[in-house]
Design a protein around this ligand. Structure first.
Ligand code: PBG
Length: 330
């Protein structure tokens, strides 16, 4: 200060006009950095609403194709597909069946958009098992890590055969990235990438997603998804995924774990491996519900959410607002 109440340093100078603010903006948000998660329901002839996620639907095969074209036209460069089968069993047979809904949807989407969009698919058993867990169970009901890995390897091969660009192993089994990488390579799918769910927390913010996929889960996923109290462990998981051959490593959920995202981004800086973050269903639902009540200004809240996730270190963001946000920033 040069005299009472006369500061010399005035950060506000850089905020005076929109042009000035644009000039010094640190964080960018491009449509091409966004990935749209999409749900497709087996046997649906028209889309089915998801009550806890207003604006998001379970697609029919037809409307899924249209949704991906719409995303591509908006400049979104990735989609993450989730399939909802009509029948489930203990081992999730529908996940590896070439005629299973997810594999069929991959083929549809690849045929529709080709290389215009990176086609990704969830690589996990929970949508396909009648107990709703992400893996197969031991006779006494625990999730069997290594038996699940064998199922994941098979699932990766069926998705690759369907033409997927990247698989997204989301089950948090130890060693899943290495096993999937080895299986893909052995079958000649060396160009099929892996977007690994590196740090994934056992989160209440997945609530609306469980409705979206008609989840059968009783209980919780705390023996495989991470404890929300453990941030350093998220970095450990991310580094393990890089070691095992992940092409992109993801942190999920995004908003409650922006600190983990920052630590992971810093830890992977030298590896050059891009970092993604998943702006999950519960985070979407909170903003939508508040906006529907007139408690929050919806569009600025969406853009601020995505900008904050970028600022915390995400190169890529999975968000149910991908198409709308792409249009807003274009
Ligand atoms: C597992 C999976 C889940 C989500 C993505 N992949 C659910 C879970 O782990 O229980 C959640 C996504 C969201 O909440 O938006 N297949």
């Amino acid at each position: 200060m040069n005299e009472i109440n006369r500061p010399v340093v005035r950060p506000r100078r850089l905020r005076t006009t929109p042009a000035m603010r644009e000039l010094v903006a640190e964080t960018t948000l491009r449509p091409g950095q966004l990935v749209l998660p999409l749900f497709v329901g087996e046997g649906l002839s028209e889309p089915r609403a998801i009550s806890s996620m207003p604006g998001v639907v379970q697609h029919s095969r037809d409307t899924l194709r249209k949704a991906v074209v719409e995303a591509a036209e908006a400049g979104v460069r990735g989609v993450m597909l989730f399939g909802i089968p009509t029948t489930k069993d203990a081992v999730g047979t529908g996940a590896t069946d070439p005629d299973g809904i997810l594999n069929v949807a991959i083929r549809d989407v690849v045929e529709e958009v080709g290389d215009a969009v990176v086609v990704m698919a969830d690589l996990c058993l929970d949508e396909f098992t009648d107990h709703g867990h992400c893996g197969v169970l031991t006779p006494d009901g625990r999730v069997d890590n290594d038996a699940t890995l064998a199922a994941y390897a098979e699932m990766a091969l069926s998705q690759a055969a369907a033409g997927v660009d990247m698989v997204g192993p989301s089950g948090m089994m130890d060693g899943q990235v290495a096993v999937v990488r080895a299986a893909l390579d052995a079958a000649g799918h060396t160009d099929t990438g892996i977007l690994a769910y590196g740090a994934k927390y056992a989160s209440a913010f997945f609530g609306p997603f469980r409705e979206a996929v008609d989840s059968s889960l009783q209980g919780d996923r705390r023996t495989y998804q991470q404890d929300p109290r453990n941030g350093r462990e998220g970095v450990r998981e991310a580094l393990l995924d890089v070691e095992q051959g992940a092409d992109i490593v993801m942190v999920k959920p995004a908003l409650a774990y922006l600190d983990v995202l920052r630590h992971v981004a810093d830890a992977l800086q030298d590896s050059g491996v891009p970092v993604a973050a998943y702006n999950v269903s519960g985070e979407y639902a909170m903003v939508e519900a508040a906006a529907a009540n007139g408690w929050i200004d919806r569009e600025p809240a969406i853009l601020e959410t995505l900008t904050a996730i970028r600022g915390a270190g995400a190169d890529v963001i999975l968000t149910y607002w991908a198409v709308e946000a792409a249009r807003l920033v274009r």
